[in-house]
Design a binder for this molecule. Structure first.
Ligand SMILES: Nc1ncnc2c1ncn2[C@@H]1O[C@H](COP(=O)(O)OP(=O)(O)O)[C@@H](O)[C@H]1O
Ligand SMILES: [Mg+2]
Length: 416
């Protein structure tokens, strides 16, 4: 909308992890160095972690631009549910047909390819993003892939990238062997204030408009205060600050304009935190929702249940609730925070949320195919709007951006 006004060729603060915009902050540079070192030295597993929005996916894409001709890479970017799907995704990303019908056939195809690659003097690198979402079974499968070797060489170098929970998974006893093979670890942390300022100008420059707009130091301070140096949040805030400038038809982004932009972001529920603000906001939302839920549940149970709006079946987590955490009778909606491969992992998230005032449920999910998964859900809501409100509050909390609304069981125990 405002691109022409400021003279940008595109939006400078889009949320896509576009490596053309890569700004080599201290941590991003160090992470890249660790990655390149690990790959060059054929170290074991490399693990890169960081909170949501710290730039992990952008880093994965940036490394692909840096790899030389001697390297062939496959990147798994989306959450994967089964071993079969995982293997096929890897094979396809290496440019193979993935024609095999069984797991063994798929592994054989990969093995042959890797041997050809190594024989040609090249290196194969597999990058798995969002690896915190992989079940232990899949992580173990990935470890087994790393065992593919000739008499002299390992055939594949594996990089796991994920949120901080990944480290907890790796520390679990079942993944001891994998954990022991991790030889390079690096954690992405937020940008400093100075880096945040440079980051903003770097992105303006890449978008082609650094001379058409100026951010005052007050504006940069407001953006930093809001984002705490997390690039994703910097982008959201800077985008709104520009929009405010455009609304005022001014190319000077002052502190006041930046603050107004940030306020609009927060009012939209898209604007994530300063932490104190959101702790208060979450508490407020929870209190309001608790009141609304009580009132609405009483009303719905006694009156007209048909008024509950429909949601798509794809959103059903197929929760078979485990006692004593069975959702209350009459409940219809919950906010699914995530599925976790082990109960302790789910309990850990549950206690983090409890610390922030959310009332959570851990439910055993028996319908996820190859692995047992535990779902962490927040609340039971009689109507969609309440669930939506809590989801928005949750999604704006660090680490819970993917929270989504699901249907819970009906009174008779079936998923409606
Ligand atoms: N070093 C960086 N340089 C430029 N943009 C970045 C950098 N790190 C993060 N970003 C931007 O921040 C947003 C979130 O980054 P992303 O890589 O998706 O984070 P994560 O994968 O850790 O959640 C994206 O818009 C991305 O372009
Ligand atoms: Mg990411």
């Amino acid at each position: 909308m405002y691109e022409t006004f400021f003279g940008f060729k595109e939006k400078p603060f889009a949320l896509t992890p576009d490596p053309r915009y890569f700004y080599p902050s201290r941590v991003h540079r160090e992470a890249l160095d660790h990655l390149l070192y690990g790959i060059r030295e054929r170290e074991g597993f490399i693990v890169i972690t960081g909170d949501v929005g710290t730039g992990k996916t952008t880093l994965c894409r940036a490394i692909l631009l840096q790899v030389d001709e001697g390297m062939t890479t496959a990147v798994v970017l989306n959450p994967i549910l089964s071993e079969d799907e995982l293997l096929r995704t890897i094979l396809r990303d290496f440019g193979l047909s993935a024609a095999g019908h069984t797991k063994n056939e798929l592994i054989a195809e990969l093995n042959e390819f890797l041997i050809r690659t190594v024989t040609a003097g090249r290196r194969a690198v597999l990058i798995v993003d969002e690896a915190q979402n992989l079940s232990h079974v899949l992580l173990e499968q990935i470890r087994l892939l790393s065992n593919l070797e000739t008499e002299r060489d390992k055939l594949i170098q594996i990089i796991l990238v994920g949120q901080l929970d990944l480290l907890k998974h790796l520390a679990s006893p079942e993944l001891k062997q994998l954990n022991q093979r991790v030889s390079v670890r690096y954690r992405l942390t937020p940008l400093s204030f100075q880096e945040t300022c440079q980051y903003v100008y770097h992105r303006l420059m890449v978008a082609g408009g650094a001379t058409g707009v100026s951010f005052s130091s007050g504006a940069l301070r407001a953006i930093y205060r809001h984002s705490q140096g997390i690039p994703r949040l910097v982008n959201l805030a800077a985008d709104r600050a520009l929009l405010q400038g455009y609304t005022d038809q001014s190319r000077e982004i002052t502190g006041r304009r930046a603050q107004a932009g940030i306020r609009s972001l927060v009012d939209d529920g898209a604007g994530h935190r300063t932490r104190g603000f959101f702790a208060r906001r979450a508490l407020f939302v929870v209190l309001v929702c608790a009141l609304l839920t009580g009132a609405a549940a009483a009303w719905i149970v006694t009156k007209d249940r048909a008024l509950v709006p429909p949601v798509g079946r794809s959103a059903v987590p197929a929760v078979s609730a485990a006692s004593p955490t069975t959702p209350a009778a009459g409940s219809r909606f919950a906010v699914l925070v995530g599925n976790f491969p082990t109960e302790p992992a789910a309990r850990e998230v549950e206690s983090r949320l409890a610390g922030r005032g959310f009332s959570t449920v851990v439910a055993r999910n028996s319908e996820q195919g190859t692995t047992e998964a535990y779902s962490v859900l927040v609340g039971h809501f009689a109507d969609m709007a309440q669930a939506q409100q809590v989801r928005d509050g949750l999604a704006s909390q660090e680490g819970f951006a993917d929270a989504r609304i699901v249907r819970t069981r009906d009174d008779n125990g079936s998923v409606p």
